[in-house]
Structure formats: structure tokens, C-alpha cells
Design a binder for this molecule. Structure first.
Ligand SMILES: NC(=O)c1ccc[n+]([C@@H]2O[C@H](COP(=O)([O-])OP(=O)(O)OC[C@H]3O[C@@H](n4cnc5c(N)ncnc54)[C@H](OP(=O)(O)O)[C@@H]3O)[C@@H](O)[C@H]2O)c1
Length: 329
């Protein structure tokens, strides 16, 4: 079938589009054409690029019609961030395409109270991004429940993999923590380090989308988490990561004001956003209904750190203590 992927050359698309080509689909990548995929896969030669600027076309009211005119049997929307944009796309595709898959986020949930979070839990998202992802998921479910377009939303955790910096054990994007762990230096930890982080490999997210596309009747009207098999605590990931470099984590637990005082503000804010939510979103529904088989979160993070190291982004990491630095996937 013809599958149009909106935003297909980023973290998820880099793995998803080659998968779809190999599954025998005709694949269109709708993007501005400025980002290059992270994967160097011969399948990219078979992907048809379509130039499109989503916010510009949304503002002009032409986006949904542009997508529909491409005649896709299924649309995978990886870059939708407002209910208005989602509603316009649904309106334009209703009756013209078989399936719409949307990429959300586990931040459709707010700070966790009971873990693991399930898709059926009451959701109390916080912040503009999470509130919008929750609203989009509801809008799509209502569309399908009322007999309209067949839709599915899939909600990844912290997406990790080769090609970009992963969310660190401190819940931010400051690569300094990897250098500290590798050289046995002290790491400041806000609180006890028992908050939860829920990473997922980008290829596992891609696999979840591929499974939902392959099982349209099962997936229609559903909301799925697309997360790793388990979640990690802050302390757990710090200790595991130190071990990658043959070190033991040297941790100093401080309170949040002390952590903020010694951490650049954007990184401290990112830490707060992740650790305050402390989420573990169960992948069991996707396992049960779609046959999703997610990997372990530390494998995804390690692969990302390995990529940073191999590309010289991390300058001072000690030698790898194991030979299997980059696991085959
Ligand atoms: N990153 C995470 O940890 C995380 C976690 C949970 C959920 N998510 C969700 O994942 C989705 C993003 O997926 P991703 O991480 O794979 O994306 P990404 O790496 O940010 O890639 C963005 C893709 O969209 C295209 N794009 C960007 N701006 C565009 C525009 N104005 N018009 C058309 N195309 C545009 C890019 O290509 P061009 O630059 O060439 O246009 C690229 O193909 C979002 O829905 C986000 O909420 C992400």
C-alpha cells in the first residue's frame, strides 16, 4: 500500500521508512527536505520525498488537502503538536484514506501516581506539549468511535538511538554526565535518584508503528504506549552507565535548589520536567494486541552514547570495557 509519513527523516522515521520499504510498501516522506535520516540504508533510495512545510500549509489551510491528493492508503503523522492541526488533517483525510497513525508522547500523562501507567488510566497532563498530545489522542479516538476515519495514536517514551543525544540519567540533555561517569568524577543527583525514566529505542517505536499499520482492524480507535520493556531509575541508569566505562558511579545527593544552583538553567529545567513526571508507561497493551516486543531501555541509551562517542561528540570517555559496544539490531 502507499504510506505517506509526515516528518519521516527524523528519529523515528530513520528506522520506520526502511522498515516500510522492506515490508513492500510504496513510501512517501513528507518534509521540508532539510533533515537527513540517521540510518544509511539502501531502502532510502526507494522512498519518494515530498516537499511540504506543515505549519506553513496548516496556516494556509492547504495541508490536509495536499496530503490527501497524494492518494495514500495510510498516513503516519509523526509531527503533529496541536489539536487544530490534527482535526484539520482528520477532516481532509476522512473517506479518502484507510488509516491515520499519530505519534504522541507518554507526556500525555502527567506526573505519575500509580506505575506502570496504562493507556486506560485517567490522564492529567501538564504543560502545553503534554496537554496537546492528550487532546489529540482523545480527538482521534472520538473520530474513530463515531464511525469516521480509522485512527491510532502511539505514544513513545524518551526516544534514544544512534544519531542524537539521549535523555541522560539526570533527565536532561547535558552530555557532561557521561564524561563524569566515564572518568569516575562525582555526579550531583537531585534527590534520592529513585525517579523513573522511560526510554525507548527509536527502532522499537518504528516497529510499533509498523505493527499498527499491518493490523488496521486491531489498531483502529486505540491508544498505545510505545516504550521500552522496563523503566530505569535515575540511580539505576547512573550506575549502569558508569559500568559501561569500567567505573563505579560516584554520586552526591543534593536537594533541588542545590542542583539548580550548579546546573545551567535549561538543563535543570529539563531535569525537573522529566524527574517530576517520573513515568513508567506500560508497553503491555501494544505487546498483547499488536505483538510488540520492545527491548531494554539501557540498551537504547548505551547505543546512543556509543554513537556520540564514536562521532567525537564526547571527548574524554575512557576505553570501553566490553567488546560489544554497539549491539546489533
Ligand atoms: N524525541 C523524543 O524523545 C520524543 C519522545 C516522545 C514523543 N516524541 C514525539 O515524536 C515525534 C517526533 O518524531 P521524531 O523525534 O522522529 O522527529 P524529529 O527527529 O524531530 O524529526 C522531525 C521530522 O519532521 C520533519 N519536519 C520538521 N519540521 C517540519 C516542517 N515544518 N514541515 C514538514 N516537515 C518537518 C523533519 O524533516 P525536515 O527538517 O527536512 O523538514 C524530520 O523529518 C513528535 O510527535 C514528538 O512529540 C518524541
Amino acid at each position: 500500500m502507499r504510506v505517506a509519513v509526515i516528518g519521516g527523516s527524523g528519529h523515528i522515521g530513520s528506522f520506520l521508512l526502511p522498515r516500510l520499504v522492506r515490508a513492500g510498501h510504496e513510501v512517501l516522506n513528507l518534509s521540508r527536505g532539510s533533515s537527513r535520516p540517521y540510518t544509511d540504508d539502501p531502502a532510502w533510495a526507494e522512498v519518494r520525498p515530498v516537499r511540504i512545510d506543515r505549519p506553513v500549509e496548516d496556516a494556509a489551510g492547504t495541508f490536509a488537502a495536499h496530503v490527501a491528493e497524494l492518494g495514500p492508503d495510510a498516513v503516519v503523522d509523526l509531527i503533529c503538536f496541536t489539536p487544530a492541526s490534527a482535526a484539520a488533517l482528520v477532516e481532509g483525510l476522512r473517506g479518502r484514506t484507510g488509516q491515520l497513525l499519530h505519534c504522541g508522547s507518554i507526556w500525555m500523562h502527567g506526573p505519575s501516581t500509580r506505575v506502570p501507567l496504562t493507556e486506560d488510566d485517567d490522564r492529567h497532563p501538564v504543560g502545553e506539549y503534554g496537554v496537546a498530545k492528550d487532546a489529540i489522542a482523545r480527538l482521534l479516538q472520538e473520530e474513530t468511535a463515531s464511525g469516521g476515519l480509522a485512527t491510532t495514536s502511539l505514544h513513545p517514551g524518551h526516544i534514544s538511538g544512534p544519531g542524537w543525544a539521549p535523555v541522560t540519567p539526570l533527565g536532561n540533555l547535558d552530555a557532561d554526565v557521561w564524561e563524569r561517569l566515564a572518568s569516575g568524577r562525582e555526579v550531583l543527583v537531585p534527590g534520592l535518584g529513585t525517579e523513573l525514566l522511560h526510554h525507548v529505542h527509536a527502532d522499537d517505536v518504528a516497529a510499533a508503528f509498523e505493527l499498527a499499520l499491518a493490523q488496521p482492524e486491531t489498531a483502529a480507535g486505540e491508544v498505545f504506549h510505545a516504550t521500552a520493556a522496563r523503566a530505569l531509575t535515575v540511580r539505576g541508569l547512573l550506575e549502569l552507565a558508569a559500568g559501561w566505562f569500567g567505573q563505579q558511579a560516584v554520586l552526591r545527593h543534593v536537594d533541588w535548589p542545590q542542583f539548580r544552583a550548579q546546573t545551567p538553567a535549561p538543563f535543570a529545567d529539563q531535569s525537573w520536567d522529566h524527574l517530576w513526571r517520573s513515568q513508567y508507561a506500560s508497553p503491555d497493551k501494544a505487546r498483547r494486541l499488536l505483538g510488540y516486543t520492545p527491548g531494554e531501555p539501557d540498551v537504547a541509551v548505551r547505543e546512543a552514547v556509543g554513537w556520540l562517542r564514536a562521532h567525537g561528540t564526547l571527548q574524554h570517555l575512557g576505553p570501553d570495557t566490553e567488546t560489544r559496544w554497539l549491539p546489533e539490531r
